[in-house]
Design a protein around this ligand. Structure first.
Ligand code: SF4
Length: 367
């Protein structure tokens, strides 16, 4: 069925009237080359929906406990088989000791951890890790395990998604990161992540988490084989979910990094900055019910993240101590960013830096 594409002018009228945008509007935005108009529209929408000059960041520590993974996504440069060189699996005690060492260096308030889906551990491994992290640092918010990992735990344990989430929550889990969403379209998933569970599972896990009072994040991995229409449908599915369960704290667009993946050999390159800005703008316009859109500086670099703050983003993620997944795929931004550096970049962009906790409570601001 051919989709009638709206015009930017009709999109603007809808934004000004506070009307919800649809698939045709999303396609008009994606297909537009008028980047400045997109940025201006996204900022208009953000302001009309109550957005201010505040730009958030969090002091966080990135951890990866194991890179052993059975899934073999084609876009992944991080995963190893258990016997492959560079494969590692840390015990709970090793991970906690590492986190405590890092804590002496930086006052992070959040641990963000995602992993490979190792078939060589059991569910107790995850529960023990969560519990020990929580016991060692009770004031640190634990943002652990993608929906795919939660699903992996059900296959390891025979428990339901709800039972897994309840146990992890009781052990200290605070929220879920948004990874594993990739692109929801079956066609794309078959091409880039054929070993991954059906997207319905991703939604199911997030819906249960929201019901249990565990907020989550949502993502879209773009810039590989997806079409504009598949991007827009992905965003609209996220919006539908948020209408139903309301637990997404933020949307995080993830640009595909081809280095060290099969796509590099096929000639794929990093997404151009203009494409990154477009995705942020369109996400802000379509996701009218998700309060925060992140410019993930570790992927795009701080200078482009500054520009993204004028394309609908209101969060630059965090200080991001130690990040391995995107480094493996060739991200060049440094992994140690001092608070002062983020503050300076936000100020230079004409915005007010606000340090937040994971749940967007304000901890400190720089007027
Ligand atoms: S993206 Fe995640 S699930 Fe896919 S291969 Fe890499 S580590 Fe495994």
């Amino acid at each position: 069925m051919a989709v009638v594409v709206a015009s930017l002018e009709s999109v603007r009228e809808k934004v000004e009237a506070g009307e919800r945008l649809d698939l045709e509007d999303g396609l008009a935005l994606m297909e537009s080359d008028d980047l400045l108009a997109l940025g201006e529209l996204a900022e208009l929408a953000r302001r009309l929906r109550g957005g201010t000059d505040e730009v958030y960041f969090v002091q966080n520590l990135y951890l990866n406990q194991t890179n052993v993974c059975r899934v073999k996504c084609k876009f992944c440069a991080f995963a190893r088989t258990a016997r492959q060189e560079g494969a590692y699996t840390l015990t709970a005690d090793e991970l906690v000791a590492d986190a405590l060492r890092q804590r002496e260096l930086t006052a992070f308030t959040e641990i963000h951890m995602v992993n490979g889906e190792s078939p060589h551990v059991d569910f107790g491994y995850y529960v023990e890790t969560t519990r020990k992290l929580h016991e060692a640092m009770p004031d640190v918010h634990l943002k652990l395990y993608t929906a795919s990992e939660i699903h992996h735990m059900t296959t390891l344990s025979g428990l339901s998604h709800e039972e897994v989430l309840r146990e992890l929550k009781a052990a200290g889990l605070g929220s879920l990161p948004g990874g594993g969403a990739e692109i929801f379209a079956d066609r794309v998933r078959r091409l880039v992540a054929p070993g991954k569970e059906h997207p319905d599972v991703w939604f199911h896990v997030h819906a249960i988490a929201h019901r249990l009072g565990v907020p989550t994040h949502c993502t879209m991995l773009y810039g590989h084989v997806e079409t504009y229409e598949e991007r827009v449908e992905h965003l609209l599915r996220l919006r539908d979910q948020q209408d139903k369960t309301g637990g997404f704290l933020a949307f995080v667009p993830l640009a595909f990094h081809p280095e060290n993946t099969v796509f590099e050999r096929r000639g794929f390159r990093f997404t151009p900055g203009a494409e990154d800005l477009k995705v942020i703008a369109v996400a802000r316009l379509l996701l009218d019910n998700v309060p925060n859109v992140k410019a993930y500086w570790i992927m795009m670099g701080l200078p482009l993240a500054q520009v993204a703050l004028h394309f609908g983003a209101n969060d630059v993620q965090g200080t991001v101590v130690r990040e391995e997944i995107f480094q493996a795929a060739g991200a060049t931004a440094g992994t140690e960013q001092k608070v002062e550096e983020l503050v300076r970049h936000i100020k230079e962009a004409g915005r007010v830096p606000v340090q937040r906790d994971t749940l967007y409570n304000e901890l400190r601001r720089w007027e």
